[in-house]
Design a protein around this ligand. Structure first.
Ligand SMILES: [Ca+2]
Ligand SMILES: [Ca+2]
Length: 300
């Protein structure tokens, strides 16, 4: 209810001036073009998560791909394949606190797992890369402060520091890091953005800011990206939220990632620069990132 009142207020501000919600640091309401999926796109790849386990012809977990980039320590927690499940037509990435460390290995070497928060990731890296088109997932987001789920794209060119995003760009189709039980409902939103030229001094990025989804921690919403040679267009439930093209759009195939992360560093959870607050998930509790499907389309 509070979220609905806030949304009406934000809609009023956007009528006055589209930039007012940004100036007041409020999430915005999608009001761009409609996707027109069937008219404009053709399905070329999908996972409906209908089986009993992860389809390894389509996805790797972080313990079956190059560990240089993918864990086992990931920010304030650990990525472990045991946190990934497929059931009831959904992919479920669980997050839990473990007082007994899990064990795991990558390519025959034991991974350094400790006491802390465990969650997971899967990627089409090494299985499928895509260029341009439309990418969509339908998901319910994990309920806890101090963590965020994401649907995003990457390739190796992201690290190439040449002043351009054309050689490769991290595209965050959505990231959820705003779960808060605030009475005014501002937590019902996600953010979308891009990063290129590595993650240190040369890093560049841009964002469309935060946008409301429909009760995203309780209900399914769709989060989508249309990628053309000229721009990235982001969608929630088939309605455009915004567009980016800073640094030039990636012209190289990229792979898809679904992941959960914990705020913090070196496996230690704490409130960090992402503004999520400290993790509120307690020992014995589980937060679930529930994904009904991932679908990939070509432009007709
Ligand atoms: Ca670059
Ligand atoms: Ca499904």
């Amino acid at each position: 209810m509070a979220a609905k009142i806030l949304r009406v207020f934000v809609a009023f501000l956007m009528l006055l001036s589209p930039t007012l919600p940004d100036l007041l640091d409020l999430p915005k309401i999608a009001k761009g073009q409609e996707l027109k999926l069937e008219e404009r796109f053709e399905l070329i790849w999908e996972d409906e998560f209908e089986g009993e386990e992860l389809d390894k012809t389509k996805w790797n977990d972080n313990q079956s791909v190059d560990t240089l980039h993918w864990g086992p320590i990931r920010k304030g927690g650990y990525w472990h394949k045991d946190m990934i499940d497929v059931r009831d037509g959904n992919l479920v990435i669980s997050t839990q606190y473990k007082s007994e460390p899990l064990e795991g290995e990558t390519f025959g070497s034991p991974d350094k797992y400790g006491v802390g928060y465990y969650t997971g990731m899967i990627a089409t890296q090494g299985k499928a890369d895509f260029l341009y088109g439309y990418y969509e997932c339908r998901a319910i987001l994990p309920k806890s402060t101090g963590m965020w789920s994401a649907f995003w794209m990457m390739n190796g060119g992201v690290y190439n520091q040449d002043g351009s995003g054309q050689d490769g760009t991290e595209v965050d189709i959505f990231e959820s890091m705003y779960y808060k039980d605030e009475w005014w409902g501002a937590g019902d939103c996600v953010i979308s953005g891009i990063h290129f030229d590595g993650y240190d001094g040369m890093h560049q990025g841009d964002s469309i800011g935060r946008f409301f989804a429909n009760n995203p921690y309780e209900e399914y919403n769709t989060y989508g990206l249309e990628w053309t040679p000229e721009e990235y267009i982001f969608y929630i439930n088939g309605q455009e939220t915004g567009r980016l093209n800073k640094g030039g759009v990636s012209q190289n195939p990229e792979y898809l990632i679904l992941s959960c992360e914990i705020a913090g560093q070196d496996g230690v959870a704490y409130a960090d620069r992402h503004g999520t607050g400290p993790i509120s998930l307690k020992e014995g509790e589980t937060a679930e990132f529930i994904v009904d499907y991932v679908r990939v389309y070509e432009h007709k």
